[in-house]
Design a protein around this ligand. Sequence first.
Ligand SMILES: *[C@@H]1O[C@H](CO)[C@@H](O)[C@H](O)[C@H]1NC(C)=O
Ligand SMILES: *[C@@H]1O[C@H](CO)[C@@H](O)[C@H](O)[C@H]1NC(C)=O
Ligand SMILES: *[C@@H]1O[C@H](CO)[C@@H](O)[C@H](O)[C@H]1NC(C)=O
Length: 417
Amino acid sequence: MHFSKIATVLAHALFVVPLTQAATWPNGPFHTSGRWILNNAGANVTYAGVNWPGAADTMIPEGLQYQSIATIVSKIKSLGMNVIRLTFAIEMIDDILDNGGDVLLKNAFTKVLGTTNGATVYNAVLKYNPQFNSTTTRLQVFDAIAAECFNQQIYVHLDNHMSRAEWCCSETDGNAWFGDTYFDIVKWKRGLQYMVRHGASWGSLMSVGMRNELRNPTSNSALSSKSYGWKDWYTNMVAAAATINTANPNVLIFFSGLNYDTDLSPIPTASSLGGGEAFRIANFAYQDKIVLELHNYQTSVTSCSSLESGLYQAGFDALSTTNSSIQNVIPVVMTEWGHSQDMTAYQSVYATCLHSYLPSQHAGWIVWVIAGSYYIRSGTQDYDETWGLLSHDWSTWRYSNGINNGLKPMIAATVSG
Ligand SMILES: *[C@@H]1O[C@H](CO)[C@@H](O)[C@H](O)[C@H]1NC(C)=O
Ligand SMILES: *[C@@H]1O[C@H](CO)[C@@H](O)[C@H](O)[C@H]1NC(C)=O
Ligand SMILES: *[C@@H]1O[C@H](CO)[C@@H](O)[C@H](O)[C@H]1NC(C)=O
């Protein structure tokens, strides 16, 4: 680099952001210290972001028939958010490793949407995203999103959402629990291993969620009674975490809980999990890579204090440094919450409570969902997502008043520490 160029870069950097940050974003890898997530420069990082689904039937991240990846990431950036939770299905990795390789975009769309609609959507994706072509595969779309996130300084949190790709979740969808009809434990760990290795070159990948919304496999009563509970949770989650840490020692590993990830209650207190096990953070060789994640969708709650105390008991107590019952002080991130994008929902106890509670706890969060629509959801093509931050064609905010007066202040309060 020429000296004059360095001088220009320096001058630029000094005016915009501190030089160390500008020069080395994302300042990875991240690690934890007690209840904080820290970057490699020792500063707190608190996630404030949005879910971007890519685990449904096509296994292609949503919205690209309406906007370019760069446009969508710019919209996320414009809110001041710092992370996306990018969901994927294990079935994509099974295809890559067992079924002849990753599927071309065109084939993925026509297989799921039919010949006519699939071709229409595929052509629209290429129109808005001309860097793609007839040789582009699904995983290359993930690569392109991660690259654009790197360009715009948005962290990527990968989330294994499903084994068999489709809209999530129910207790009877065969994806509910370890060993359920489509939830092959070996393939699950292999898929996680593949994705964290693959994502190591992205630069933007900072963390991974091992499994979205574990739940009671009620249609599989033998599995439900034999296995659903904390003992098998511990065995499987710890094994997967070890696999991830070996495959990519840099990423933070998010542990989700039971009952659709609404319950991690025995973890902070190191309570018995059955089978003589208890979760003790100090026993993990990679203890500074472990984060807890919870979801909450109590959208009709009528008392903020009861919502807060429920969250505390469910696992947010892991953030407490002053409660002697808390044996495991660990960061907690609410990786899903959300509501319809309208005035009533923004004014609800649920929304207003979380808008203040999560920043007040210095807790990270990721809202559901950026998608204004899905390629297909539960059999309906071009499904309108009334909870989407974006409008149906992903062009504008669905309810800009809520975005500006509800979400943006929450983002600012979160990322400012
Ligand atoms: C992280 O933020 C908290 C709350 O603002 C603060 O007390 C703590 O010192 C910060 N840690 C670092 C390393 O900046
Ligand atoms: C086709 O797309 C792939 C992945 O998106 C890219 O790597 C490749 O360079 C593109 N090929 C051409 C000829 O543009
Ligand atoms: C300490 O944590 C335990 C477990 O969550 C909880 O039951 C108790 O109420 C907490 N104590 C205080 C003073 O918050």
